[in-house]
Design a protein around this ligand. Structure first.
Ligand code: WTA
Length: 659
């Protein structure tokens, strides 16, 4: 196996980190890791061979590891592709696997959830305690007339009740939709209008960076402006009491969480559901203005998440698993909540800012709870790198055995810093590639894999991907191309809520028969994959997906803005941030004045932040008298991006971003 990486031309707009292109280091699996691994290299080879010779049998075996109320008639029904149905005819409930079955085993009194609040308060729940809390919440929802198929929107910070609410909704066959607590009233309103929830579960507020952030007011503002159809469906707003703030409650509609669950029995039956029954809707940004409601179903999702977590993080009964993602993102759904609980692992949830009250907070969390697996995002690693090695060096991090990253390309520098200073050169760094849509890890090393810093290595067994050119032909090794998935996989999205046609168009039309990820990647001569970024108009700001169209719509709602275009530009910490090109209305002061005062910049930046929430980071606003357009009148963002990043426009033809 050669360690030398060929150079390649990065497709424009890919957010590629230059150093990825010349990385040559390799890290061989350590004997201790191989000896301890659930899957040694031979097992991995057997699994790959098995997946190749009997792909459906391979996934069927993975399904056999879980409990079902009724087994499937077919592992995969592809008669209505791309609307694939995994485990067709089966009946199940993911909550049975995440909670109920543990109550019958030695896991009953094991810690399921460790929660740490930002001020330092903590809460620990055993499997039995979590099970009872979920039952009470499930009964309360049922008592409020909420049941199978109803949507429950959860607008919460990371609290134990966030996990409880998700599981309670799933238990009764309701469909949860968790909306990030940092989103604005406008973003929340759009999601309420699309999901039309019967209940919204929220909190009065939460702690973040030493401040109290209120939340209930955002829900009130969003509901006040939601559509008539959404208002007609909404029955209850349930509010968790977290902070000391005055909170307005609307009679009949609003109820405190502790009152809602107080008199409910702590046993509740678990709904038996068709494997294709929707488990949740998770909104994510795409190339169109409105966020898409990605739908995942109980059966396939539970199989895919369960299998992949066990492979990649090689779970042990004594693990304390800390995935730093907010439960509101897919990473939180799959690998804070459902995956670890299905596996009977102890999952750790932290409420606050990782740098509060000091830069060593994350490491003190690891030390105090004896975290064994730490799964996080490159942005956080870059932030912590800035404070040097003295912060981690002050802590004993000896309990750690595996590290992982997700969400954006990691530079070899960040990878090796993480490996050396956090993993103390003992813990493999597992760089996992996947998406809201895939539901589960798709491309990732296992602990026994040979690692190359910055590479996500190879697809997991049973997953088939390729890197192809415009026409769908595989590109030669070393060259950039589109990342496609050639076979369906169990935890795949089942549709886009309210828009099945968009599901077909956005994912399956570009390369018929294959799933188009929207990413660009390259393969090296060892078949290792290097993700280069998005091929479309989606930015990854601190690992969060933000559509340029969504941000443009928010900015364009400012009265001074006649026209605008957003492009992603590289940022040292966040990976990428937005730059706005703005044409103002004629009645505004001349552009030169604007640029001198800087007031309008700040005003516009603030406006976008208010409209979408703090995830929408615009670093710079540039005023123009006109925007460059092609002959069809379409704004040429590629040109603007090339100008902003100092790229020449000459190499833009390799891959078109107009997909
Ligand atoms: C990017 C997060 C490089 C990618 C689970 C993908 C990555 C998008 C990686 C999905 C990785 C995710 N290396 N890029 N290991 N993992 N991405 O839906 O562009 O929030 O398409 O899911 O993040 O983001 P999402």
């Amino acid at each position: 196996m050669s360690a030398k990486q060929p150079l390649c031309t990065a497709p424009e707009g890919s957010g590629t980190l230059d150093t990825l292109l010349c990385e040559e280091r390799v890290f061989r699996p350590m004997p201790r890791i191989v000896a301890e691994a659930n899957m040694n290299p031979q097992d991995v080879a057997i699994a790959r061979a098995r997946a190749e010779s009997d792909w459906l049998g391979f996934w069927e075996e993975a399904a056999e590891e879980l409990s079902w109320f009724r087994k499937w008639d077919a592992v995969l029904d592809d008669s209505a592709a791309p609307f694939y149905r995994w485990f067709a005819g089966a009946r199940c409930n993911i909550v049975y696997n995440a909670l109920d079955r543990h109550i019958e085993t030695a896991n009953k009194n094991k810690l399921a959830l460790i929660w740490e609040g930002e001020p330092g308060d903590t809460r620990k729940l055993t499997y039995y305690e979590l099970y009872r809390e979920v039952n009470k919440a499930a009964n309360a929802l049922r008592a409020a007339g909420i049941g199978k198929g109803d949507r429950v929107l959860i607008h919460m910070p990371p609290l134990p009740e966030t996990v409880i609410a998700m599981l309670a909704a799933a238990k009764i066959g309701a469909v949860h939709s968790v909306v990030f607590g940092g989103f604005s009233a406008r973003s929340l309103r759009d999601r309420i209008n699309d999901a039309t929830p019967a209940a919204i579960i929220t909190a009065d507020g939460f702690y973040r960076n030493g401040r109290v952030i209120t939340l209930k007011g955002t829900v009130d503002a969003a509901v006040a402006k939601c559509s008539g159809a959404a208002a007609a469906v909404l029955k209850k707003v349930v509010v968790v009491h977290r902070v000391l703030v005055e909170t307005a409650m609307k009679e009949d509609r609003d109820v405190w969480y502790h009152d809602f669950v107080r008199d409910q029995p702590d046993e509740a039956f678990t709904e038996s559901l068709d494997a294709a029954h929707p488990l949740f809707i998770l909104y994510t940004s795409g190339t169109t203005g409105a966020p898409k409601g990605i739908v995942h179903a109980h059966g396939g999702y539970m199989v895919g998440v369960n299998r992949t977590l066990d492979w990649v993080f090689d779970l042990k009964p004594t693990d304390i698993f800390w995935c730093t993602a907010d439960p509101a993102w897919i990473t939180g759904h799959s690998y804070v909540v459902y995956g670890p609980l299905m596996a009977g692992t102890t999952t750790l949830l932290y409420e606050g800012h990782p740098l509060y009250p000091e830069a060593g907070r994350a490491w003190s969390v690891v030390q105090r709870w004896g975290v064994t697996v730490l799964y996080t995002v490159p942005t956080l690693i870059r932030m912590l790198m800035r404070f040097g090695r003295q912060n981690p060096d002050r802590h004993t991090l000896g309990t750690l055995r595996l590290l992982g990253t997700v969400g954006e390309p990691i530079s070899p520098e960040a990878w090796t810093w993480f490996h050396k200073h956090i993993g103390r050169s003992r813990c493999p760094v597992l760089d996992t590639w996947w998406q809201t849509e895939t539901g589960m890890f798709m491309i990732s090393p296992l602990p026994v894999s040979l690692l190359k810093p910055g590479s996500v290595t190879r697809p997991l067994p049973g997953v088939e991907v390729d890197v192809v050119d415009e026409s769908g032909a595989p590109v030669p090794h070393g060259q950039g191309g589109y990342l496609v998935i050639k076979k369906p996989w169990p935890a795949m999205l089942t549709t886009i809520f309210n828009d099945p046609e968009a599901y077909r168009r956005l994912y399956w039309e570009r390369f018929p028969g294959w799933y188009f990820s929207g990413d660009v990647a390259r393969k090296d001569e060892d078949g290792y994959l290097w993700i280069q970024g998005r091929a479309d108009d989606v930015m990854l700001i601190a690992g969060h997906r933000i559509g340029t169209a969504e941000l443009e719509a928010a900015l364009a709602s400012h009265p001074a803005v006649a026209e605008c275009a957003i492009v992603g530009v590289p940022d040292e910490i966040r990976g990428e941030v937005a730059k706005a090109f703005v044409v103002l209305h004629d009645d505004q002061p001349p552009v030169a004045t604007m640029m001198m005062t800087g007031e309008t910049d700040q005003d516009l930046i603030e406006h976008a932040r208010r409209e979408l929430g703090p995830v929408a980071v615009i670093r710079e606003v540039e005023f123009r008298s006109a925007l460059p357009k092609n002959k069809n009148g379409k704004i040429m963002r590629r040109l603007l991006r090339a100008e902003s990043t100092g790229q020449s426009t000459g190499d833009l033809s390799t891959l078109s971003t107009d997909i």
